[in-house]
Design a protein. Structure first.
Length: 323
């Protein structure tokens, strides 16, 4: 069996009413997606639905909850966003027809488990690096209760979900291996969006460095204005990322310890080596993420301080004129 190709299933619960942002992303309702540099809008036309939403997500969610006449609370999980995909290598060389077949088969699994009537949308994104499906459903039980806890369950039930999903997918795709959930590995899952944010921050950093080298006595006014505009986004972005990453300090320490142990054992069998290299790659990606927010180039810090001095001076002059 070829190693390293996994069937992937992930759940994200949503309380309250954040459906519009989810819908805008899934259904590609926006013209630009600055927060996600992986989206290639020239390929968005290749996206397709396995289940097409009847109306707006929010309206459909509310309608199905109302029809069930179930009790809700302010903190009730009203819908679940399910990510279904596979390792990038699995899709190499596959035609769109084959990809449609894969996600149709995956969607049948979800229909059997949660009921087709509870699914709001199942859309496959072909305009990012790896084809993946977002399936949104309302967690209604067979006796019309709104309960994500009963449907998705605890750690033990999540393990069962992974087992059952793999069994279903491997019947048709025997080359796929069973994926592991964060509940099984015991490691805090580091969201993909943080790595995408890292790409965005690094792009802004590179642009700032470029602008700083282009400043001359002849274009100083224009360049300073550009630098100031970019700094207003870059510095707060770095600070926000630092705050977000604090919750993953434990996971980072675990990965570093695991790395030290793995490097001593890389002479083991090929099978274990593949898994170890995957862990090392994950750590490398996370270390790069931390470097992004822990190190701000000196030139950028100096530019930020200079902008503060300029703004302060302008404020003083404005007050003086007012007097």
């Amino acid at each position: 069996m070829e190693k390293g190709m996994y069937a992937i299933l992930r759940f994200q619960k949503h309380q309250g009413y954040p459906a519009k942002k989810i819908e805008d992303h899934h259904e590609r309702n926006k013209e630009t997606y600055a927060s996600n540099p992986d989206i290639d809008l020239s390929r968005t036309g290749e996206n397709f639905h396995i289940i097409t939403p009847i109306q707006k997500y929010y309206a459909e969610i509310q309608q199905r909850i109302a029809a069930a006449q179930c009790r809700t609370r302010k903190d009730s999980v009203r819908f679940v966003d399910t990510l279904i995909t596979a390792s990038p290598e699995f899709f190499e060389g596959k035609t769109k027809k084959e990809i449609i077949s894969y996600y149709t088969h995956a969607c049948r699994f979800m229909e059997e488990r949660i009921g087709k009537q509870n699914i709001i949308s199942a859309v496959v994104h072909m305009d990012e690096k790896t084809p993946h499906m977002h399936l949104v459903f309302v967690p209604l039980t067979s006796d019309n209760r709104l309960s994500a806890r009963d449907i998705i369950g605890n750690r033990k039930q999540l393990v069962a979900w992974q087992d059952d999903f793999w069994k279903h997918m491997s019947q048709r795709y025997p080359q796929l291996e069973r994926g592991e959930s964060a509940s099984e590995t015991g490691r805090t899952h580091i969201p993909t969006r943080l790595f995408k944010e890292m790409v965005r921050l690094n792009s802004m950093r590179d642009k700032l460095m470029e602008l700083l080298t282009e400043v001359t006595p002849f274009n100083k006014g224009k360049k300073v204005a550009e630098i100031e505009k970019l700094l207003r986004r870059y510095i707060p972005g770095v600070e926000q990322m630092r705050t977000k990453l604090k919750k993953y300090d434990g996971a980072f320490k675990e990965m570093k310890q695991e790395k030290e142990a793995l490097l001593k054992q890389l002479d083991d069998s090929k099978e274990s080596t593949v898994a170890k290299l995957a862990t090392l790659q994950q750590l490398s990606d996370y270390e790069e993420l931390r470097r992004t927010v822990e190190f701000v180039p000196t030139e950028i810090l100096e530019a930020a301080k200079q902008m503060q001095r300029i703004n302060h001076q302008q404020t003083v002059e404005t007050i003086a004129k007012g007097e």
